[in-house]
Design a protein around this ligand. Sequence first.
Ligand SMILES: NC(=O)C1=CN([C@@H]2O[C@H](COP(=O)(O)OP(=O)(O)OC[C@H]3O[C@@H](n4cnc5c(N)ncnc54)[C@H](OP(=O)(O)O)[C@@H]3O)[C@@H](O)[C@H]2O)C=CC1
Ligand SMILES: CC(=O)[C@@H](O)[C@H](O)COP(=O)(O)O
Ligand SMILES: [Mn+2]
Length: 381
Amino acid sequence: MKTLSILGSTGSIGTQTLDVVRQHPDLFSVKALVAYHNVDILEAQIKEFQPEMAGLVDETAFFELKKRYNGPTQLIGGREALIAAATWSSSHLVVTAVVGAAGIEPTVEAIKARKTIGLANKETLVAGGPLITSLCKEYGVQLLPIDSEHSAIFQCLEGQQRDNVDSLLITASGGPLRTWPSEKIATATAADCLRHPTWNMGNKITIDSASLFNKGLEVIEAHWLFDFDFDHIKVTVHPQSIVHSMIMMKDGAILAQLGNPDMREPIQYALTYPARKPLKMDTLTFEDALQLEFFPPRYDDFPALKLAFEVGRAGGFKPAVFNAANEEAVYAFLDGKIQFGDIYKTVVSVLEKMETEPTFTLAHLQEIDAWARETARALIK
Ligand SMILES: NC(=O)C1=CN([C@@H]2O[C@H](COP(=O)(O)OP(=O)(O)OC[C@H]3O[C@@H](n4cnc5c(N)ncnc54)[C@H](OP(=O)(O)O)[C@@H]3O)[C@@H](O)[C@H]2O)C=CC1
Ligand SMILES: CC(=O)[C@@H](O)[C@H](O)COP(=O)(O)O
Ligand SMILES: [Mn+2]
């Protein structure tokens, strides 16, 4: 029986992780669940999965949960809830499904507690790559990718000798603005951007998909997960999201992982790894005609992708600043404070204001993350 903590259990990845658990009650047992403020969903999850611990980060919502729930699950409120779930002694595997850099600290603590990590929260690895990967080495911890492209690459790399692999080829749906005329993109509305063509996800990642910031974050995530330099990570736009990603071998062979766009497949693979188990889902079949298309990214119209390669290559705290400024700008866009095109401009302006970089510690990472957010907010006002 594998025992799980789920950080961000009420969101898109969190609820799909629990769908996987529901399909395999003999394989998985949920020990800890944490969300931000969704009392209704968390309360229902506690009743169904009966974890040892559950928590909400938002204090008001936590107070409401305590009023409503009177049972054996231990309730913890505030940021402590995330740390408690991440280090819960009876959990083997921690699924990091919170959104944004809020995932960094609990992931660091989970690694120090020697938990296996099911990594959905890409922002953690983008911002904290040097720290997270060195801690994983120090504590002998494995990061199992949940992000669909990285799970695909992970699956393709299995059994291959690293020396035989030339490069990673990440697919991008292109997002809802893929075919928009250049001059209209900067003024796309939140409703336009939230209409993702192939995946049903949380709002923040859906906006990132529209701007291609998501693909940029994924390029940096792939660099840290698989240790490939940025000259050997490529992106191709594949609107059907059937080929989840590929690896290119030095002999010219290209290996791909395919399937219908359903996050339960990569989630389950991280949970059962190295085993594979059946999963009830709408499996891809070849009975009807299937068209797969590939296009080069529109780098000039979606400049976040090129910028991600630049900050990834520069390293240090640049990816953390890129990420933090983007998070702030995405929420400002969703709040109607700035236009879609201002997201990229804000991130560029914050990067330009960066000064000398200190050594890469968690404390410095948190300081620079806070600085980037304040700077972004000041630009947005
Ligand atoms: N959705 C997808 O298909 C994919 C997502 N990912 C990545 O997975 C992560 C989660 O994405 P997604 O599930 O779409 O996001 P959602 O917005 O759907 O869910 C986020 C979850 O995190 C909780 N949460 C948000 N902020 C905090 C915080 N500060 N502290 C604690 N909990 C918090 C939310 O709680 P509450 O509900 O109470 O607000 C919710 O449970 C992201 O990093 C995303 O990039 C990667 C690949 C695919
Ligand atoms: C499901 C998943 O992994 C997302 O990260 C997805 O890749 C987003 O789609 P885009 O390719 O449009 O960014
Ligand atoms: Mn992805």
